[in-house]
Design a protein around this ligand. Structure first.
Ligand SMILES: Nc1ncnc2c1ncn2[C@@H]1O[C@H](COP(=O)(O)OP(=O)(O)OP(=O)(O)O)[C@@H](O)[C@H]1O
Ligand SMILES: [Mg+2]
Length: 649
């Protein structure tokens, strides 16, 4: 439907009104008329008009007064004034009052029509203009909303590098007001050390349309911390030059830059964490390999000492030397145990346990030998069960106690607390474990505490602040590895001079607790006459094990690998009652040998032995009901007891 412009004709001369109405109606206009000013105002109040054709001289209320009324109430109505006054002055006056146009009576119809058409066109143009402006405003609002809702900093700079626009993101990211940054140079928020980098890279210049992408910069947050490095925001920057090109100019004019700066602090932290854990894994593999080889060597030494000891009595002049060697081998074995803990291997005997019971036992043992430190326990009564390798968690506790003791050279208090606790997503997000129910163990001392720098490194293997010979720096590395390997996490809180708290969390399980307080204090070597097959790829281990077993009275078969073991076993399965099986062999893995052995003779007894376990092979076989596990290096006494325990059960 086409639009029909609405016109009000105001004239006191009826003939004039009627003829204009007729003429303009024929042209498609919608016409109303009024015979004086009062009627005109009534019409204007009732209806809306695009245009008024207004006679100047009328009785009662003249054109001038109507004009005033229109300019006061209906600013958008266009007025064409019709007057008999022929002077230029009066014309100018009309326009001054706000009329759009002016017609001098008498006028011919052509002229009138031309003026009306022109005015109506003008009205249309203005309407269109308004519409476009309205649309522009909506788009502008939408764009403003988007820019302000962006989590990234969005800005424009003028060619001098001064900020001409910056969005609200700076308020949360830099804690400063966006308004206040306007017309400041961009270096105002840039960390001084990055100035050169920024100047060098950040040069979308007058030539070409170079763009910067992926530039990392540090911005100053206006936090008033003492350490300026602490209140920096790391951002990744993308920016581009803005150019104006005038129609007949060849060169573009550089008018500034626009850009986006994204907070990448979290990403950086995650990257650093990933790098750190990759580093730890690599060192772990190395440490595990070393531990494995050393355990085999120690096994050889330990075994041979046991054999000699077996033949001599306490009065023999070499007895004390042998005892000395044995003690050193034990120390070596402790060291490889720490290495294994760190390498996240050696978790063999995992059973549901009561952590409180274990803590009581360890703290008793520790307290007896280090009287200067007073241990206080605050243990949750109904603490959940945890599935652990007891000897490994014991190792963690002892490492923490020893460290606490070292941190309090004058003596002091150690507080041990246990608590059931739920860890949610945000608690575990950086540790790569699943949220859920955990048991928290915390060990607090009142000792010297640590500074930031030390705290950064304590879980690294071989990091120690102790004097040469004072510590190997493996205590916390192994604690870290062991807890991680148990699906838990360990963290620390410490301030220089104010003591330290280590918290570790182990996943809670719903299971029956197996009490494991041992009471075997016998130290007599136990003998037997059964036939045992030793399977190991290390000659040192085979030789010494064979001699130990012979000494205890057993018959012995040996196999240097998995395949050979199966051949021997197939032939002599009726004679063999127990197989001592190494876990890692080059030709056939211990777990595969175990499966075939059980297939051939389901009631065969198997004792696993290992210096190391790369994956969880050993614990997997143990959980399938293998009879026992012995960690290399072991001596004759330990082996003899383990064998009788299995063979007599
Ligand atoms: N409770 C504590 N108070 C103060 N500093 C500690 C505490 N525990 C650990 N540290 C610091 O962490 C370092 C590393 O500890 P970690 O147990 O790994 O090695 P270590 O005790 O030096 O040697 P190792 O345990 O192998 O004998 C220590 O040298 C010490 O500086
Ligand atoms: Mg230590």
């Amino acid at each position: 439907m086409s639009y029909e412009p609405k016109i009000l004709i105001v004239d006191d001369e009826a003939r004039m009104r009627d003829s204009l109405k007729l003429l303009l109606s024929n042209e498609g206009y919608n016409i109303q008329t009024g015979c004086n000013g009062r009627e005109a105002i009534e019409c204007l109040n009732k209806d809306s008009y695009d245009m008024v054709l207004l006679d100047m001289i009328m009785p009662e209320m003249d054109g001038r007064q109507v004009m005033d009324y229109i300019k006061g109430q209906h600013l958008d109505i266009m007025v064409i004034i019709m007057t008999g006054h022929a002077s230029i002055d009066s014309a100018v006056e009309c326009l001054k009052w706000g009329a759009y146009d002016y017609l001098r009576k008498p006028f011919d119809f052509e002229e009138l029509l031309a003026r009306v058409k022109n005015t109506i066109n003008q009205i249309k143009l203005e309407k269109e203009n308004k519409l476009i402006n309205g649309r522009l405003k909506v788009t502008q609002q939408r764009y403003q909303y988007l820019v302000n809702a962006s989590p990234d900093i969005i800005y424009t700079l003028n060619p001098e590098g001064e900020i001409t626009f910056i969005n609200g993101a700076v308020e949360s990211l830099l804690s400063c007001d966006a308004e206040q940054l306007l017309s400041k140079h961009y270096t105002y928020i840039l960390f001084e050390d990055d100035l050169n980098k920024a100047k060098y890279h950040f040069n979308e210049r007058r030539t070409g349309s170079r763009a910067t992408s992926g530039l990392e910069l540090r911005l100053k947050t206006s936090n008033n911390s003492h350490d300026p490095e602490k209140c920096l925001l790391i951002v990744e920057l993308k920016s581009m030059g803005i150019y104006d090109k005038l129609i007949d100019e060849i060169d573009k004019t550089f008018v500034g830059t626009y850009g986006v700066a994204r907070d990448i602090g979290d990403r950086k932290r995650l990257e650093a964490q990933l790098l750190q854990s990759q580093k730890m894994e690599a060192i772990g593999t190395l440490a595990g390999g070393i531990a494995h080889d050393f355990n085999n060597l120690l096994m050889g030494i330990m075994g041979r000492i046991s054999l000699i000891n077996h033949d001599i009595d306490l009065t023999h002049p070499h007895y004390k030397h042998l005892k000395g060697i044995e003690d050193m081998v034990k120390k070596g074995a402790d060291l490889t145990k720490q290495l294994l803990g760190f390498a996240m291997g050696g978790k063999y005997e995992v059973k549901p346990a009561d952590i409180n019971e274990l803590i009581e036992k360890c703290s008793d043992m520790f307290g007896r030998s280090r009287k200067e430190s007073k241990i206080h326990t605050m243990l949750q009564k109904d603490v959940c069960a945890v599935e652990i390798d007891r000897s490994q968690i014991e190792q963690v506790l002892l490492n923490l106690f020893v460290n606490a003791w070292h941190a309090m050279p004058e003596g002091g208090d150690i507080f041990i607390k246990t608590k059931n606790i739920r860890l949610d997503d945000e608690d575990v997000i950086h540790y790569g474990i699943k949220p859920g129910e955990f048991v928290m163990v915390s060990v607090t001392d009142t000792g010297v505490g640590m500074d930031e720098e030390t705290l950064q490194h304590i879980f690294e293997p071989f990091f120690t602040t102790k004097k040469l010979g004072g510590g190997t720096g493996l205590g916390l590395a192994s604690a870290y590895g062991i807890i991680k390997n148990h699906g838990g996490l360990i963290n620390v809180n410490s301030k220089k001079g104010e003591g330290t708290t280590f918290n570790f969390y182990l996943p809670a399980v719903e299971a029956q607790i197996v009490s494991q307080l041992r009471n075997d204090t016998e130290d007599e070597i136990l003998h037997g006459t059964e036939t045992i097959l030793i399977v190991d790829d290390e000659e040192i281990v085979i030789n010494v094990s064979r001699e130990m077993l012979n000494n205890m009275g057993y018959n012995v078969f040996v196999a240097g690998g998995g395949k050979e073991a199966l051949e021997i076993f197939k032939k002599d399965k009726d004679k063999i009652t127990l197989v001592m099986l190494d876990m890692i062999m080059p030709d056939l893995a211990g777990s595969d040998v175990y499966n075939v052995l059980k297939e051939i003779k389901p009631n065969i007894k198997v004792l696993l032995s290992s210096g190391y376990s790369i994956d969880d092979q050993a614990s997997e076989i143990m959980s399938r009901g293998c009879d026992g596990f012995i960690q290399k290096p072991f001596n004759m006494l330990q082996l003899s007891k383990m064998l009788r325990k299995i063979l007599d059960s």
